[in-house]
Design a protein around this ligand. Sequence first.
Ligand code: PXP
Length: 248
Amino acid sequence: MLHLGVNIDHVTTLRQARYRTMLDSPNAEPSVLQAALESEAAGAQSITVHLRADRRHIQDADVYLLRKSIATKLNLEMGNTPEILAIALDVKPDFVCMVPESREEVTTEGGLDVRAHFAALKPTVAALEANGTRVSMFIDPDLDQVRASHEVGASMIELHTGTFANHFGAEREAEVARLKAAAELGHSLGLQINAGHGLTTKNLPDLRAVPHLHELNIGHHIVSRAVFIGLRAAVAEMLDMMKTYPAA
Ligand code: PXP
Protein backbone atom coordinates (compact mmCIF):
# COMPACT_ATOMS: atom_id res chain seq x y z
CA MET A 1 0.00 0.00 0.00
CA LEU A 2 1.23 3.47 -0.87
CA HIS A 3 1.93 5.41 2.34
CA LEU A 4 1.20 9.10 2.98
CA GLY A 5 3.44 11.41 4.96
CA VAL A 6 1.59 14.62 5.75
CA ASN A 7 3.82 17.67 5.77
CA ILE A 8 2.40 20.03 8.40
CA ASP A 9 4.90 22.89 7.97
CA HIS A 10 2.18 25.19 6.65
CA VAL A 11 0.00 24.72 9.70
CA THR A 12 2.94 26.21 11.56
CA THR A 13 3.37 28.92 8.92
CA LEU A 14 -0.07 30.16 9.92
CA ARG A 15 0.78 30.06 13.64
CA GLN A 16 4.04 31.96 13.06
CA ALA A 17 2.26 34.65 11.04
CA ARG A 18 0.50 35.80 14.21
CA TYR A 19 2.39 34.32 17.19
CA ARG A 20 6.06 34.27 16.14
CA THR A 21 7.00 36.44 19.11
CA MET A 22 4.43 34.93 21.51
CA LEU A 23 4.81 31.18 21.08
CA ASP A 24 4.26 30.59 24.81
CA SER A 25 0.93 32.39 24.72
CA PRO A 26 -2.07 30.18 25.46
CA ASN A 27 -3.61 31.86 22.41
CA ALA A 28 -0.98 30.51 19.99
CA GLU A 29 -2.78 28.59 17.24
CA PRO A 30 -3.21 26.49 15.14
CA SER A 31 -1.66 23.62 17.09
CA VAL A 32 0.99 21.66 15.24
CA LEU A 33 0.32 18.69 17.50
CA GLN A 34 -3.40 18.72 16.75
CA ALA A 35 -2.58 18.82 13.03
CA ALA A 36 -0.41 15.72 13.43
CA LEU A 37 -3.05 13.89 15.46
CA GLU A 38 -5.82 14.77 12.98
CA SER A 39 -3.62 13.49 10.13
CA GLU A 40 -2.98 10.25 12.00
CA ALA A 41 -6.67 9.84 12.81
CA ALA A 42 -7.39 10.08 9.07
CA GLY A 43 -4.89 7.29 8.36
CA ALA A 44 -1.60 9.02 7.48
CA GLN A 45 1.41 6.79 8.00
CA SER A 46 3.87 9.52 8.91
CA ILE A 47 4.19 13.17 9.86
CA THR A 48 6.74 15.29 8.04
CA VAL A 49 8.27 18.57 9.20
CA HIS A 50 11.15 20.65 7.87
CA LEU A 51 13.27 22.30 10.56
CA ARG A 52 14.83 25.08 8.52
CA ALA A 53 17.95 26.96 9.56
CA ASP A 54 15.92 30.21 9.56
CA ARG A 55 13.11 28.58 11.64
CA ARG A 56 10.54 30.22 9.40
CA HIS A 57 7.83 27.73 10.39
CA ILE A 58 8.65 24.61 12.42
CA GLN A 59 10.49 25.35 15.70
CA ASP A 60 12.78 23.05 17.69
CA ALA A 61 10.10 22.66 20.39
CA ASP A 62 7.59 21.48 17.74
CA VAL A 63 9.94 18.69 16.67
CA TYR A 64 10.48 17.51 20.25
CA LEU A 65 6.75 17.66 21.00
CA LEU A 66 5.90 15.63 17.90
CA ARG A 67 8.60 13.07 18.67
CA LYS A 68 7.10 12.24 22.04
CA SER A 69 3.44 12.54 21.03
CA ILE A 70 2.76 10.94 17.67
CA ALA A 71 1.93 7.28 17.20
CA THR A 72 3.11 7.02 13.58
CA LYS A 73 6.53 7.78 12.10
CA LEU A 74 8.29 11.14 12.30
CA ASN A 75 10.04 12.27 9.12
CA LEU A 76 12.39 15.23 9.59
CA GLU A 77 13.46 17.17 6.50
CA MET A 78 16.77 18.95 7.00
CA GLY A 79 19.66 20.69 5.33
CA ASN A 80 23.10 19.26 6.02
CA THR A 81 24.36 21.62 8.72
CA PRO A 82 26.06 20.71 12.04
CA GLU A 83 23.39 22.57 14.01
CA ILE A 84 20.42 20.68 12.54
CA LEU A 85 22.31 17.38 12.50
CA ALA A 86 22.91 17.68 16.27
CA ILE A 87 19.17 18.17 16.79
CA ALA A 88 18.32 15.21 14.53
CA LEU A 89 20.73 12.97 16.45
CA ASP A 90 19.08 14.04 19.71
CA VAL A 91 15.47 13.76 18.48
CA LYS A 92 16.02 10.43 16.67
CA PRO A 93 13.27 10.79 14.06
CA ASP A 94 12.26 7.57 12.29
CA PHE A 95 13.31 9.09 8.97
CA VAL A 96 15.39 12.02 7.85
CA CYS A 97 15.07 13.45 4.36
CA MET A 98 18.14 15.46 3.36
CA VAL A 99 17.12 18.52 1.35
CA PRO A 100 18.93 21.50 -0.17
CA GLU A 101 18.14 24.73 1.62
CA SER A 102 18.61 28.37 0.81
CA ARG A 103 17.14 31.33 2.64
CA GLU A 104 15.85 32.99 -0.51
CA GLU A 105 13.65 30.13 -1.66
CA VAL A 106 9.94 30.12 -0.85
CA THR A 107 9.93 26.33 -0.59
CA THR A 108 12.44 23.60 -1.46
CA GLU A 109 12.96 24.40 -5.12
CA GLY A 110 15.16 21.68 -6.56
CA GLY A 111 16.60 18.33 -5.61
CA LEU A 112 19.77 17.90 -3.57
CA ASP A 113 22.96 17.52 -5.62
CA VAL A 114 24.21 14.42 -3.81
CA ARG A 115 27.11 13.96 -6.22
CA ALA A 116 28.43 17.49 -5.63
CA HIS A 117 28.02 17.32 -1.84
CA PHE A 118 29.01 13.68 -1.52
CA ALA A 119 31.93 14.17 0.91
CA ALA A 120 29.88 16.34 3.27
CA LEU A 121 26.81 14.10 3.15
CA LYS A 122 28.56 10.79 3.77
CA PRO A 123 29.38 11.26 7.49
CA THR A 124 25.94 12.78 8.12
CA VAL A 125 24.18 9.79 6.58
CA ALA A 126 26.42 7.38 8.50
CA ALA A 127 25.81 9.17 11.82
CA LEU A 128 22.04 9.19 11.36
CA GLU A 129 21.77 5.59 10.18
CA ALA A 130 23.99 4.44 13.09
CA ASN A 131 21.65 6.37 15.42
CA GLY A 132 18.60 4.43 14.20
CA THR A 133 17.25 6.95 11.67
CA ARG A 134 16.67 5.85 8.08
CA VAL A 135 17.95 8.47 5.65
CA SER A 136 16.43 9.61 2.39
CA MET A 137 17.87 11.91 -0.29
CA PHE A 138 15.48 14.40 -1.91
CA ILE A 139 16.69 14.31 -5.52
CA ASP A 140 15.62 15.22 -9.00
CA PRO A 141 14.83 12.14 -11.10
CA ASP A 142 18.36 11.97 -12.46
CA LEU A 143 20.07 8.58 -12.75
CA ASP A 144 23.44 9.76 -11.48
CA GLN A 145 21.79 11.30 -8.40
CA VAL A 146 20.09 7.95 -7.75
CA ARG A 147 23.47 6.18 -7.95
CA ALA A 148 25.12 8.81 -5.74
CA SER A 149 22.34 8.41 -3.13
CA HIS A 150 22.99 4.69 -3.02
CA GLU A 151 26.76 5.19 -2.81
CA VAL A 152 26.46 7.76 -0.02
CA GLY A 153 24.71 5.18 2.16
CA ALA A 154 21.08 6.36 2.07
CA SER A 155 18.39 3.69 2.34
CA MET A 156 15.73 5.75 0.57
CA ILE A 157 15.32 8.41 -2.09
CA GLU A 158 12.49 10.91 -2.42
CA LEU A 159 11.99 11.84 -6.05
CA HIS A 160 11.25 15.54 -6.54
CA THR A 161 7.91 15.79 -8.34
CA GLY A 162 7.90 19.59 -8.69
CA THR A 163 8.64 19.56 -12.42
CA PHE A 164 6.04 16.81 -12.91
CA ALA A 165 3.44 18.85 -11.03
CA ASN A 166 4.10 22.15 -12.78
CA HIS A 167 4.09 20.90 -16.37
CA PHE A 168 1.29 19.57 -18.50
CA GLY A 169 0.84 17.52 -21.66
CA ALA A 170 3.99 16.28 -23.41
CA GLU A 171 6.27 17.94 -20.85
CA ARG A 172 4.60 16.09 -18.01
CA GLU A 173 4.85 12.83 -19.97
CA ALA A 174 8.58 13.38 -20.42
CA GLU A 175 8.96 13.98 -16.68
CA VAL A 176 6.96 10.82 -15.90
CA ALA A 177 9.46 8.92 -18.07
CA ARG A 178 12.36 10.39 -16.03
CA LEU A 179 10.61 9.53 -12.76
CA LYS A 180 9.99 5.98 -14.00
CA ALA A 181 13.63 5.45 -14.94
CA ALA A 182 14.85 6.86 -11.61
CA ALA A 183 12.40 4.71 -9.63
CA GLU A 184 13.41 1.58 -11.54
CA LEU A 185 17.12 2.20 -11.03
CA GLY A 186 16.64 3.04 -7.34
CA HIS A 187 14.57 -0.08 -6.77
CA SER A 188 17.17 -2.25 -8.50
CA LEU A 189 19.80 -0.80 -6.13
CA GLY A 190 17.65 -1.73 -3.12
CA LEU A 191 16.53 1.81 -2.26
CA GLN A 192 13.04 2.60 -0.96
CA ILE A 193 11.40 5.00 -3.40
CA ASN A 194 9.37 7.94 -2.09
CA ALA A 195 8.14 11.02 -3.94
CA GLY A 196 6.93 14.48 -3.14
CA HIS A 197 6.50 18.16 -3.94
CA GLY A 198 3.50 19.74 -5.62
CA LEU A 199 1.35 16.61 -5.51
CA THR A 200 -2.42 17.13 -5.57
CA THR A 201 -5.54 15.01 -6.00
CA LYS A 202 -5.61 16.34 -9.59
CA ASN A 203 -2.12 15.29 -10.67
CA LEU A 204 -1.91 12.07 -8.65
CA PRO A 205 -3.49 9.89 -11.38
CA ASP A 206 -0.57 10.72 -13.72
CA LEU A 207 1.90 9.49 -11.09
CA ARG A 208 0.45 5.97 -11.24
CA ALA A 209 2.77 5.21 -14.16
CA VAL A 210 5.79 5.51 -11.85
CA PRO A 211 6.56 2.09 -10.31
CA HIS A 212 7.87 1.06 -6.86
CA LEU A 213 6.60 4.10 -4.94
CA HIS A 214 6.41 3.46 -1.21
CA GLU A 215 5.52 6.84 0.32
CA LEU A 216 4.34 10.25 -0.87
CA ASN A 217 5.05 13.37 1.16
CA ILE A 218 2.37 15.98 0.64
CA GLY A 219 1.87 19.31 2.36
CA HIS A 220 0.66 22.37 0.51
CA HIS A 221 -2.35 20.82 -1.21
CA ILE A 222 -3.59 19.01 1.89
CA VAL A 223 -3.31 22.10 4.09
CA SER A 224 -4.99 24.19 1.37
CA ARG A 225 -7.89 21.73 1.09
CA ALA A 226 -8.12 21.69 4.88
CA VAL A 227 -9.13 25.36 4.86
CA PHE A 228 -12.38 24.33 3.19
CA ILE A 229 -13.07 20.75 4.28
CA GLY A 230 -10.97 20.29 7.44
CA LEU A 231 -7.62 18.56 7.83
CA ARG A 232 -8.95 15.12 8.65
CA ALA A 233 -11.14 15.10 5.52
CA ALA A 234 -8.32 16.48 3.35
CA VAL A 235 -5.95 13.71 4.46
CA ALA A 236 -8.67 11.07 3.98
CA GLU A 237 -9.42 12.42 0.50
CA MET A 238 -5.76 12.07 -0.50
CA LEU A 239 -5.47 8.58 0.98
CA ASP A 240 -8.58 7.57 -0.90
CA MET A 241 -6.99 8.69 -4.21
CA MET A 242 -3.81 6.80 -3.31
CA LYS A 243 -5.62 3.49 -2.71
CA THR A 244 -5.68 2.62 -6.38
CA TYR A 245 -1.90 2.86 -6.81
CA PRO A 246 -0.55 -0.58 -7.74
CA ALA A 247 1.05 -2.40 -4.80
CA ALA A 248 4.86 -1.99 -4.73
N1 PXP B 1 9.05 16.60 0.15
C1 PXP B 1 10.02 17.51 0.41
C2 PXP B 1 11.42 17.00 0.54
C3 PXP B 1 9.74 18.87 0.55
O1 PXP B 1 10.73 19.74 0.83
C4 PXP B 1 8.40 19.30 0.45
C5 PXP B 1 8.07 20.75 0.60
O2 PXP B 1 8.33 21.17 1.87
C6 PXP B 1 7.41 18.33 0.22
C7 PXP B 1 7.76 17.00 0.04
C8 PXP B 1 5.96 18.68 0.15
O3 PXP B 1 5.69 19.48 -0.94
P1 PXP B 1 4.28 20.16 -1.07
O4 PXP B 1 4.10 21.07 0.09
O5 PXP B 1 4.35 20.85 -2.38
O6 PXP B 1 3.26 19.04 -1.05
